[in-house]
Design a protein around this ligand. Structure first.
Ligand SMILES: Nc1ncnc2c1ncn2[C@@H]1O[C@H](COP(=O)(O)OP(=O)(O)OP(=O)(O)O)[C@@H](O)[C@H]1O
Ligand SMILES: [Mg+2]
Length: 262
């Protein structure tokens, strides 16, 4: 298993001239949040860390290139969406790689916020047969990055994400090309049941740990449920928040989940 590190603190590195120009152009045309550091701070340490992560994924030491992957964590708020969005942009900025970014976190969708889009309809509408995929997929200003928002909030998120239609959707959109990737922002594994089913539908999992947050034993237990082969790597997210605020957040998430389920 490989470990990667994403720091909070940026500054310093000089980006490739073409990439900087491209990032500036996209910045002029889009409405993304500054947390999309791969575009807002292309020379930063954070952006460079995402390039390293991209390289590890595109050129794995062992085995074949994973083309469908999900990003998850044990608990909410560990940085899944931040990592997912930046990783997807980083891969799509490469020369050949096409990425479909999918928000599968029906309970707390937020990829649309960091990318600067609204979330009226998306995956939910596709999985329930209300809309065609072609009418839902957003072509972002990053040329090879497409995006499917979560859509309206379903009453049965676990069933939808565990469905055969979801499985087909992932394999169909990944297709056969080695340069086509599906990257999924998944719900936290300890809070929802769908993450473990979803893990069977993807080639690999990137597991995010916010430094000093989830207890070591829980992390180990969660990783064991996925199995060592499925976990492509661990991102130790260096962002720090107080332990107290984390637990407050976790408590809120859990109660909103209960409301959704009943
Ligand atoms: N490395 C980082 N640098 C700066 N900000 C970060 C970093 N990691 C996370 N954050 C910020 O912390 C907050 C929580 O992160 P994020 O929304 O990505 O977590 P999450 O795991 O997707 O949460 P949820 O379980 O609710 O979906 C966001 O405001 C995000 O922008
Ligand atoms: Mg999230």
């Amino acid at each position: 298993m490989t470990e990667y590190l994403v720091n909070k603190h940026s500054e310093g590195l000089i980006p490739h001239k073409d990439e900087l120009a491209l990032a500036r152009k996209i910045t002029r045309e889009s409405n993304y949040n500054h947390k999309l550091v791969t575009l807002s701070a292309p020379g930063s340490v954070d952006a460079e860390n995402f390039k390293l992560l991209r390289a590890k994924i595109l050129f794995p030491k062992n085995g074949s290139r994973p083309r469908t992957m999900m990003i998850t964590s044990a608990f909410p708020g560990e940085g899944k969406t931040f990592i997912t969005a930046n990783l997807a942009v980083s891969i799509a900025l490469g020369i050949n790689e096409h990425v479909l970014l999918v928000d599968c976190d029906f309970r707390r969708p937020s990829l649309h916020n960091i990318l600067g889009y609204s979330n009226k309809e998306g995956l939910h509408e596709y999985l329930t047969g209300k809309k065609q995929l072609a009418d839902l997929i957003i072509r972002t200003k990053v040329e090879k990055l497409s995006f499917l928002t979560a859509g309206s909030s379903p009453s049965n998120p676990s069933e939808l994400l565990s469905s055969a239609m979801m499985k087909d959707f992932i394999s169909k959109t990944a297709g056969d090309s080695q340069d086509r990737f599906v990257i999924i922002d998944a719900p936290p594994a300890q809070i929802t049941s769908e993450t473990s089913v979803l893990s069977n539908y993807v080639d690999g999992i990137i597991f995010v740990i916010m430094a000093g947050m989830a207890p070591r034993q829980t992390i180990q237990k969660t990783l064991e449920t996925f199995g060592n082969k499925k976990v492509l790597g661990i991102v130790l997210n260096g962002y720090t928040k107080s332990y107290k605020s984390y637990h407050k957040y976790y408590g809120n998430y859990y109660s909103s989940k209960q409301e959704t389920l009943t």
